[in-house]
Design a protein around this ligand. Structure first.
Ligand code: HAM
Length: 423
Protein backbone atom coordinates (compact mmCIF):
# COMPACT_ATOMS: atom_id res chain seq x y z
CA UNK A 1 0.00 0.00 0.00
CA UNK A 2 1.41 3.46 -0.83
CA UNK A 3 2.47 5.61 2.10
CA UNK A 4 0.00 8.37 1.26
CA UNK A 5 -3.63 7.97 0.36
CA UNK A 6 -6.65 10.27 0.39
CA UNK A 7 -7.95 10.90 3.91
CA UNK A 8 -11.15 9.10 4.94
CA UNK A 9 -14.22 10.50 3.25
CA UNK A 10 -12.17 12.27 0.55
CA UNK A 11 -11.82 11.03 -3.00
CA UNK A 12 -9.83 11.56 -6.16
CA UNK A 13 -12.10 12.03 -9.14
CA UNK A 14 -10.21 10.74 -12.16
CA UNK A 15 -10.95 10.87 -15.88
CA UNK A 16 -13.39 10.02 -17.39
CA UNK A 17 -15.51 10.48 -14.21
CA UNK A 18 -14.13 14.00 -13.80
CA UNK A 19 -15.55 14.92 -17.24
CA UNK A 20 -18.92 13.77 -15.98
CA UNK A 21 -18.60 16.07 -12.98
CA UNK A 22 -17.81 18.99 -15.24
CA UNK A 23 -20.75 18.21 -17.49
CA UNK A 24 -23.01 18.00 -14.41
CA UNK A 25 -22.08 21.55 -13.49
CA UNK A 26 -22.50 22.68 -17.12
CA UNK A 27 -26.02 21.26 -17.31
CA UNK A 28 -26.84 22.92 -13.99
CA UNK A 29 -25.45 26.26 -15.15
CA UNK A 30 -27.52 26.05 -18.36
CA UNK A 31 -30.66 25.26 -16.39
CA UNK A 32 -30.38 28.12 -13.92
CA UNK A 33 -28.74 30.78 -16.09
CA UNK A 34 -31.78 30.49 -18.35
CA UNK A 35 -33.74 31.64 -15.30
CA UNK A 36 -31.59 34.68 -14.59
CA UNK A 37 -29.16 33.33 -12.00
CA UNK A 38 -25.54 34.48 -12.06
CA UNK A 39 -22.63 32.55 -10.58
CA UNK A 40 -21.09 33.44 -7.24
CA UNK A 41 -17.59 32.17 -6.50
CA UNK A 42 -16.73 32.56 -2.84
CA UNK A 43 -13.80 31.41 -0.69
CA UNK A 44 -13.54 27.88 0.68
CA UNK A 45 -12.71 29.38 4.08
CA UNK A 46 -14.76 31.81 6.12
CA UNK A 47 -14.62 33.22 9.59
CA UNK A 48 -16.00 30.48 11.86
CA UNK A 49 -18.68 32.92 13.06
CA UNK A 50 -20.31 32.93 9.59
CA UNK A 51 -21.19 29.27 9.96
CA UNK A 52 -22.08 29.53 13.63
CA UNK A 53 -24.99 31.71 12.51
CA UNK A 54 -26.48 28.64 10.81
CA UNK A 55 -27.48 27.67 14.35
CA UNK A 56 -25.93 26.01 17.35
CA UNK A 57 -28.40 23.14 17.45
CA UNK A 58 -27.17 21.52 14.28
CA UNK A 59 -24.52 18.79 13.99
CA UNK A 60 -23.09 20.52 10.94
CA UNK A 61 -22.00 23.37 13.21
CA UNK A 62 -21.35 21.68 16.54
CA UNK A 63 -19.73 18.41 15.48
CA UNK A 64 -18.73 18.40 11.85
CA UNK A 65 -16.88 21.62 11.21
CA UNK A 66 -13.27 21.62 10.03
CA UNK A 67 -11.96 24.68 11.88
CA UNK A 68 -8.58 26.02 12.88
CA UNK A 69 -6.77 29.15 13.96
CA UNK A 70 -4.75 30.65 11.09
CA UNK A 71 -1.32 32.27 11.30
CA UNK A 72 -2.97 35.63 11.96
CA UNK A 73 -4.87 34.25 14.94
CA UNK A 74 -8.26 34.21 13.13
CA UNK A 75 -10.64 31.36 13.86
CA UNK A 76 -11.41 29.98 10.40
CA UNK A 77 -13.58 27.15 9.09
CA UNK A 78 -13.73 25.20 5.86
CA UNK A 79 -17.24 25.80 4.57
CA UNK A 80 -19.76 23.05 5.38
CA UNK A 81 -22.32 24.63 3.01
CA UNK A 82 -22.68 27.75 0.88
CA UNK A 83 -25.90 29.43 2.01
CA UNK A 84 -24.23 31.20 4.92
CA UNK A 85 -21.33 32.28 2.65
CA UNK A 86 -23.75 33.70 0.08
CA UNK A 87 -25.56 35.64 2.82
CA UNK A 88 -22.23 36.92 4.14
CA UNK A 89 -21.33 38.05 0.60
CA UNK A 90 -24.73 39.75 0.29
CA UNK A 91 -24.19 41.70 3.51
CA UNK A 92 -20.67 42.62 2.42
CA UNK A 93 -21.50 43.78 -1.13
CA UNK A 94 -25.16 44.83 -0.87
CA UNK A 95 -26.16 43.93 -4.45
CA UNK A 96 -29.49 45.00 -5.95
CA UNK A 97 -32.36 42.71 -4.96
CA UNK A 98 -33.74 40.28 -5.84
CA UNK A 99 -30.23 38.84 -5.97
CA UNK A 100 -30.37 35.55 -7.88
CA UNK A 101 -27.18 33.51 -7.72
CA UNK A 102 -25.95 29.99 -8.34
CA UNK A 103 -22.83 28.21 -7.15
CA UNK A 104 -20.79 25.08 -7.39
CA UNK A 105 -18.08 23.84 -5.09
CA UNK A 106 -16.75 21.50 -2.44
CA UNK A 107 -18.10 21.46 1.08
CA UNK A 108 -16.50 19.89 4.13
CA UNK A 109 -18.21 18.08 6.97
CA UNK A 110 -16.54 15.74 9.42
CA UNK A 111 -19.12 12.97 9.05
CA UNK A 112 -18.83 9.20 9.25
CA UNK A 113 -17.90 8.26 5.69
CA UNK A 114 -20.02 5.74 3.82
CA UNK A 115 -21.45 5.34 0.32
CA UNK A 116 -23.06 8.67 -0.54
CA UNK A 117 -21.68 10.42 2.56
CA UNK A 118 -18.24 11.99 2.35
CA UNK A 119 -16.18 14.51 4.28
CA UNK A 120 -15.51 16.48 1.13
CA UNK A 121 -18.45 16.54 -1.24
CA UNK A 122 -19.65 18.83 -3.99
CA UNK A 123 -22.83 20.80 -4.27
CA UNK A 124 -24.49 22.91 -6.90
CA UNK A 125 -27.12 25.31 -5.68
CA UNK A 126 -29.04 28.54 -6.04
CA UNK A 127 -30.05 31.26 -3.62
CA UNK A 128 -32.34 34.28 -4.02
CA UNK A 129 -32.15 37.13 -1.55
CA UNK A 130 -34.71 39.89 -1.26
CA UNK A 131 -38.08 38.42 -2.30
CA UNK A 132 -40.66 36.54 -0.26
CA UNK A 133 -43.11 35.86 -3.09
CA UNK A 134 -44.38 32.24 -2.94
CA UNK A 135 -44.03 32.17 -6.74
CA UNK A 136 -40.30 32.31 -6.16
CA UNK A 137 -40.46 29.23 -3.91
CA UNK A 138 -42.21 27.46 -6.77
CA UNK A 139 -39.67 28.68 -9.36
CA UNK A 140 -36.82 27.39 -7.23
CA UNK A 141 -38.35 24.00 -6.50
CA UNK A 142 -39.23 23.66 -10.19
CA UNK A 143 -35.66 24.48 -11.30
CA UNK A 144 -34.29 21.62 -9.16
CA UNK A 145 -36.92 19.32 -10.60
CA UNK A 146 -36.10 20.39 -14.15
CA UNK A 147 -32.40 19.82 -13.54
CA UNK A 148 -33.00 16.22 -12.43
CA UNK A 149 -35.05 15.74 -15.58
CA UNK A 150 -32.21 17.20 -17.69
CA UNK A 151 -29.87 14.58 -16.20
CA UNK A 152 -32.37 11.89 -17.15
CA UNK A 153 -33.34 10.96 -13.58
CA UNK A 154 -36.92 9.85 -13.05
CA UNK A 155 -36.79 8.08 -9.67
CA UNK A 156 -36.94 11.29 -7.67
CA UNK A 157 -39.55 12.16 -5.08
CA UNK A 158 -40.24 15.74 -4.03
CA UNK A 159 -41.21 16.37 -0.40
CA UNK A 160 -42.38 19.78 0.75
CA UNK A 161 -43.28 21.25 4.11
CA UNK A 162 -43.57 24.60 5.84
CA UNK A 163 -42.10 25.44 9.21
CA UNK A 164 -44.24 28.58 9.43
CA UNK A 165 -43.18 32.00 10.70
CA UNK A 166 -40.42 32.13 13.33
CA UNK A 167 -43.10 32.56 16.05
CA UNK A 168 -45.11 29.61 14.68
CA UNK A 169 -42.00 27.54 14.62
CA UNK A 170 -41.09 28.56 18.17
CA UNK A 171 -44.58 27.71 19.47
CA UNK A 172 -44.44 24.40 17.65
CA UNK A 173 -41.02 23.54 19.03
CA UNK A 174 -42.27 24.28 22.55
CA UNK A 175 -45.34 22.09 22.07
CA UNK A 176 -43.24 19.34 20.56
CA UNK A 177 -40.74 19.48 23.43
CA UNK A 178 -43.59 19.27 25.97
CA UNK A 179 -45.10 16.32 24.13
CA UNK A 180 -41.82 14.38 23.95
CA UNK A 181 -41.00 15.24 27.59
CA UNK A 182 -44.35 13.81 28.62
CA UNK A 183 -43.56 10.62 26.73
CA UNK A 184 -39.87 10.45 27.53
CA UNK A 185 -39.90 6.85 28.71
CA UNK A 186 -40.97 5.69 25.24
CA UNK A 187 -38.19 7.52 23.36
CA UNK A 188 -34.88 5.91 22.37
CA UNK A 189 -31.75 7.09 24.22
CA UNK A 190 -30.49 8.83 21.07
CA UNK A 191 -33.73 10.74 20.65
CA UNK A 192 -33.65 11.82 24.30
CA UNK A 193 -30.27 13.39 23.66
CA UNK A 194 -31.55 15.01 20.45
CA UNK A 195 -34.55 16.34 22.37
CA UNK A 196 -32.32 18.34 24.68
CA UNK A 197 -30.65 20.04 21.71
CA UNK A 198 -33.39 20.33 19.13
CA UNK A 199 -36.86 18.81 19.58
CA UNK A 200 -37.58 19.21 15.84
CA UNK A 201 -34.81 16.80 14.95
CA UNK A 202 -36.47 14.04 16.96
CA UNK A 203 -38.96 13.91 14.08
CA UNK A 204 -36.06 12.81 11.85
CA UNK A 205 -35.42 9.67 13.92
CA UNK A 206 -35.58 6.51 11.84
CA UNK A 207 -35.48 4.26 14.93
CA UNK A 208 -38.35 1.81 15.25
CA UNK A 209 -38.70 2.49 18.98
CA UNK A 210 -39.53 6.13 18.23
CA UNK A 211 -41.98 5.51 15.39
CA UNK A 212 -45.21 5.32 17.41
CA UNK A 213 -44.46 8.33 19.57
CA UNK A 214 -43.48 10.42 16.54
CA UNK A 215 -46.66 9.39 14.75
CA UNK A 216 -48.71 10.85 17.61
CA UNK A 217 -46.72 14.10 17.88
CA UNK A 218 -48.36 17.50 17.27
CA UNK A 219 -48.31 18.63 13.63
CA UNK A 220 -46.71 21.88 12.51
CA UNK A 221 -49.78 22.76 10.43
CA UNK A 222 -51.77 23.27 13.64
CA UNK A 223 -49.44 26.17 14.50
CA UNK A 224 -49.40 28.12 11.23
CA UNK A 225 -50.33 31.79 11.34
CA UNK A 226 -52.71 32.95 8.63
CA UNK A 227 -49.78 34.35 6.63
CA UNK A 228 -47.77 31.13 6.87
CA UNK A 229 -50.76 29.00 5.87
CA UNK A 230 -51.49 31.28 2.88
CA UNK A 231 -47.84 31.21 1.75
CA UNK A 232 -47.68 27.43 1.90
CA UNK A 233 -51.03 27.05 0.13
CA UNK A 234 -49.78 29.32 -2.68
CA UNK A 235 -46.63 27.22 -3.05
CA UNK A 236 -48.67 24.06 -3.38
CA UNK A 237 -51.04 25.63 -5.88
CA UNK A 238 -48.06 26.84 -7.93
CA UNK A 239 -46.40 23.43 -8.00
CA UNK A 240 -49.65 21.77 -9.01
CA UNK A 241 -50.14 24.35 -11.79
CA UNK A 242 -46.71 23.45 -13.19
CA UNK A 243 -47.59 19.76 -13.01
CA UNK A 244 -44.82 18.95 -10.54
CA UNK A 245 -45.78 16.03 -8.33
CA UNK A 246 -45.05 16.55 -4.62
CA UNK A 247 -45.89 15.10 -1.24
CA UNK A 248 -46.49 17.27 1.82
CA UNK A 249 -44.32 15.75 4.54
CA UNK A 250 -45.07 17.32 7.93
CA UNK A 251 -41.99 15.67 9.44
CA UNK A 252 -39.60 17.29 6.96
CA UNK A 253 -37.60 19.62 9.22
CA UNK A 254 -34.19 19.28 7.51
CA UNK A 255 -30.82 19.39 9.21
CA UNK A 256 -30.09 23.10 9.37
CA UNK A 257 -31.64 25.51 11.87
CA UNK A 258 -32.18 28.55 9.69
CA UNK A 259 -35.31 27.37 7.89
CA UNK A 260 -38.62 29.24 8.03
CA UNK A 261 -41.72 28.73 5.90
CA UNK A 262 -41.11 26.47 2.89
CA UNK A 263 -38.70 23.53 3.15
CA UNK A 264 -38.26 20.83 0.54
CA UNK A 265 -36.16 17.84 -0.31
CA UNK A 266 -35.59 15.74 -3.42
CA UNK A 267 -35.18 12.10 -2.51
CA UNK A 268 -33.57 9.50 -4.75
CA UNK A 269 -35.83 6.45 -4.69
CA UNK A 270 -33.02 4.12 -5.74
CA UNK A 271 -30.72 5.12 -2.87
CA UNK A 272 -30.38 3.76 0.65
CA UNK A 273 -32.82 5.60 2.93
CA UNK A 274 -30.07 6.97 5.22
CA UNK A 275 -28.44 8.77 2.26
CA UNK A 276 -31.34 9.31 -0.10
CA UNK A 277 -31.50 13.11 0.04
CA UNK A 278 -30.26 14.20 -3.39
CA UNK A 279 -30.78 17.81 -2.49
CA UNK A 280 -32.86 20.14 -0.44
CA UNK A 281 -33.51 23.67 0.62
CA UNK A 282 -35.99 26.16 1.86
CA UNK A 283 -36.55 29.69 3.14
CA UNK A 284 -34.19 31.19 5.67
CA UNK A 285 -35.71 34.61 6.21
CA UNK A 286 -33.64 35.53 9.29
CA UNK A 287 -30.15 34.52 8.18
CA UNK A 288 -29.03 37.75 6.50
CA UNK A 289 -30.09 39.70 9.58
CA UNK A 290 -28.18 37.39 11.88
CA UNK A 291 -25.07 38.10 9.78
CA UNK A 292 -25.46 41.83 10.34
CA UNK A 293 -27.49 42.75 7.25
CA UNK A 294 -30.95 44.27 6.87
CA UNK A 295 -34.02 42.05 7.27
CA UNK A 296 -33.96 40.20 3.95
CA UNK A 297 -35.94 37.16 2.89
CA UNK A 298 -33.93 34.33 1.38
CA UNK A 299 -34.57 30.98 -0.25
CA UNK A 300 -32.53 28.41 -2.11
CA UNK A 301 -31.40 24.84 -2.42
CA UNK A 302 -28.24 22.80 -2.67
CA UNK A 303 -28.00 19.54 -4.60
CA UNK A 304 -25.35 16.97 -3.75
CA UNK A 305 -23.31 16.15 -6.83
CA UNK A 306 -21.72 12.94 -5.47
CA UNK A 307 -25.03 11.47 -4.40
CA UNK A 308 -26.94 12.53 -7.48
CA UNK A 309 -24.35 10.77 -9.66
CA UNK A 310 -24.87 7.58 -7.61
CA UNK A 311 -28.58 7.89 -8.41
CA UNK A 312 -27.67 8.37 -12.10
CA UNK A 313 -25.61 5.16 -11.96
CA UNK A 314 -28.57 3.32 -10.44
CA UNK A 315 -30.86 4.54 -13.21
CA UNK A 316 -28.24 4.06 -15.94
CA UNK A 317 -28.44 7.69 -17.08
CA UNK A 318 -25.96 10.56 -17.50
CA UNK A 319 -22.97 8.31 -18.12
CA UNK A 320 -19.40 9.60 -18.20
CA UNK A 321 -18.72 11.01 -21.67
CA UNK A 322 -16.15 9.00 -23.61
CA UNK A 323 -12.82 10.83 -23.49
CA UNK A 324 -11.86 10.58 -27.11
CA UNK A 325 -9.71 12.33 -29.65
CA UNK A 326 -10.60 12.35 -33.35
CA UNK A 327 -7.17 11.72 -34.80
CA UNK A 328 -4.15 9.78 -33.54
CA UNK A 329 -0.85 10.53 -35.23
CA UNK A 330 1.46 7.56 -35.69
CA UNK A 331 4.98 8.67 -36.51
CA UNK A 332 7.64 6.01 -37.11
CA UNK A 333 10.36 8.53 -37.94
CA UNK A 334 11.26 9.65 -34.42
CA UNK A 335 8.40 11.83 -33.24
CA UNK A 336 9.19 15.30 -34.61
CA UNK A 337 6.54 14.87 -37.36
CA UNK A 338 3.95 13.86 -34.75
CA UNK A 339 4.79 16.95 -32.70
CA UNK A 340 4.37 19.24 -35.72
CA UNK A 341 1.21 17.57 -37.00
CA UNK A 342 -0.63 17.29 -33.66
CA UNK A 343 0.08 20.99 -33.06
CA UNK A 344 -1.29 21.83 -36.51
CA UNK A 345 -4.37 19.63 -36.05
CA UNK A 346 -5.20 21.06 -32.63
CA UNK A 347 -4.80 24.61 -33.97
CA UNK A 348 -7.34 23.68 -36.66
CA UNK A 349 -9.76 22.54 -33.93
CA UNK A 350 -9.26 18.79 -34.40
CA UNK A 351 -8.68 16.82 -31.16
CA UNK A 352 -5.46 14.92 -31.72
CA UNK A 353 -3.10 12.75 -29.71
CA UNK A 354 0.07 10.77 -30.33
CA UNK A 355 2.45 8.27 -28.74
CA UNK A 356 5.79 9.18 -27.17
CA UNK A 357 9.23 7.64 -26.84
CA UNK A 358 9.47 6.48 -30.46
CA UNK A 359 7.56 3.25 -29.93
CA UNK A 360 7.18 0.58 -32.62
CA UNK A 361 4.48 0.93 -35.26
CA UNK A 362 2.55 -1.91 -33.65
CA UNK A 363 2.63 -0.32 -30.22
CA UNK A 364 1.59 3.07 -31.63
CA UNK A 365 -1.32 1.49 -33.54
CA UNK A 366 -2.47 -0.12 -30.30
CA UNK A 367 -2.36 3.26 -28.56
CA UNK A 368 -4.27 4.75 -31.50
CA UNK A 369 -6.97 2.15 -31.07
CA UNK A 370 -7.22 2.73 -27.29
CA UNK A 371 -7.53 6.48 -27.81
CA UNK A 372 -10.95 6.10 -29.41
CA UNK A 373 -9.82 8.14 -32.44
CA UNK A 374 -11.76 7.81 -35.68
CA UNK A 375 -8.59 8.06 -37.81
CA UNK A 376 -4.95 7.20 -37.44
CA UNK A 377 -2.67 9.41 -39.50
CA UNK A 378 0.46 7.41 -40.27
CA UNK A 379 3.77 9.00 -41.21
CA UNK A 380 6.85 6.93 -42.06
CA UNK A 381 9.99 7.65 -44.04
CA UNK A 382 8.26 6.68 -47.26
CA UNK A 383 5.38 9.13 -46.59
CA UNK A 384 7.80 11.97 -45.81
CA UNK A 385 9.63 11.40 -49.09
CA UNK A 386 6.37 11.34 -51.03
CA UNK A 387 4.95 14.38 -49.18
CA UNK A 388 1.86 12.44 -48.05
CA UNK A 389 0.29 10.92 -44.96
CA UNK A 390 -1.72 7.74 -44.73
CA UNK A 391 -5.18 8.25 -43.27
CA UNK A 392 -6.38 4.94 -41.85
CA UNK A 393 -9.93 4.73 -40.48
CA UNK A 394 -10.05 3.01 -37.09
CA UNK A 395 -13.83 3.13 -36.74
CA UNK A 396 -15.23 2.30 -40.18
CA UNK A 397 -18.81 2.98 -39.05
CA UNK A 398 -17.94 6.60 -38.30
CA UNK A 399 -16.37 7.35 -41.69
CA UNK A 400 -18.32 9.09 -44.49
CA UNK A 401 -18.52 6.01 -46.76
CA UNK A 402 -19.08 3.72 -43.78
CA UNK A 403 -16.48 1.35 -45.18
CA UNK A 404 -13.32 2.80 -43.73
CA UNK A 405 -11.19 2.90 -46.84
CA UNK A 406 -7.57 3.87 -46.23
CA UNK A 407 -6.16 6.70 -48.33
CA UNK A 408 -2.91 8.46 -48.99
CA UNK A 409 -3.39 12.23 -48.73
CA UNK A 410 -0.94 14.98 -49.80
CA UNK A 411 0.32 16.80 -46.69
CA UNK A 412 -0.88 20.21 -47.83
CA UNK A 413 -4.44 18.86 -48.15
CA UNK A 414 -4.39 16.78 -44.98
CA UNK A 415 -6.10 19.17 -42.54
CA UNK A 416 -8.80 19.95 -45.07
CA UNK A 417 -9.31 16.27 -45.79
CA UNK A 418 -9.64 15.39 -42.09
CA UNK A 419 -11.95 18.29 -41.36
CA UNK A 420 -14.31 17.10 -44.11
CA UNK A 421 -14.04 13.47 -43.07
CA UNK A 422 -14.85 14.31 -39.45
CA UNK A 423 -17.72 16.71 -40.12
P1 HAM B 1 -28.02 20.04 3.11
O1 HAM B 1 -29.31 19.28 3.18
O2 HAM B 1 -27.16 20.01 4.30
O3 HAM B 1 -28.43 21.51 2.74
O4 HAM B 1 -27.19 19.53 1.87
C1 HAM B 1 -27.74 19.50 0.57
C2 HAM B 1 -27.31 18.23 -0.15
O5 HAM B 1 -25.89 18.08 -0.10
C3 HAM B 1 -27.85 16.96 0.48
O6 HAM B 1 -29.16 16.70 0.08
C4 HAM B 1 -26.87 15.91 -0.06
O7 HAM B 1 -27.21 15.54 -1.37
C5 HAM B 1 -25.58 16.70 -0.10
N1 HAM B 1 -24.77 16.35 1.08
C6 HAM B 1 -24.84 16.84 2.32
N2 HAM B 1 -23.92 16.28 3.12
C7 HAM B 1 -23.25 15.39 2.35
C8 HAM B 1 -22.16 14.47 2.59
N3 HAM B 1 -21.56 14.38 3.77
N4 HAM B 1 -21.72 13.71 1.55
C9 HAM B 1 -22.32 13.79 0.33
N5 HAM B 1 -23.32 14.64 0.06
C10 HAM B 1 -23.79 15.42 1.05
C11 HAM B 1 -27.55 22.54 2.59
O8 HAM B 1 -26.36 22.40 2.50
C12 HAM B 1 -28.22 23.88 2.48
N6 HAM B 1 -27.18 24.89 2.32
C13 HAM B 1 -29.20 23.89 1.33
C14 HAM B 1 -29.87 25.21 1.14
C15 HAM B 1 -29.54 26.15 0.24
N7 HAM B 1 -30.88 25.67 1.85
C16 HAM B 1 -31.19 26.87 1.42
N8 HAM B 1 -30.37 27.18 0.46
Amino acid sequence: MPEFQTSPGMRDILPPESARWRRFVEVFALTVERAGYGQVISPLLEDLGVFQRIGDATDVVTKEMYDFVDKGGRHIALRPELTASVCRAFVQHRPVTPWKVWYHGSQFRYEKPQRGRYRQFDQVGIEVLGADDPNLDVEIIALGWEFYRALGLTQVKLLVNSLGEPEDRARYVAALAAYFEANLHQLSDDSRTTLQKNPLRVLDSKREQDAAIIAGAPRIAEFYSEKAAAHFAAVQTGLAALGIPFTVEAKLVRGLDYYRHTTFEYQGLTLDSAQNALGGGGRYDGLVESLGGPATPGIGFALGLDRTLLACDDEGVFAAPAAEVSVFVVDTTGGAEALALTTQLRAAGIAADRAYENRSMKSQMKAADRSGATYAVIIGTHEIEAGVAVVRPLRAERTPDGEGTQSSVPRNLLIDHLQKALS
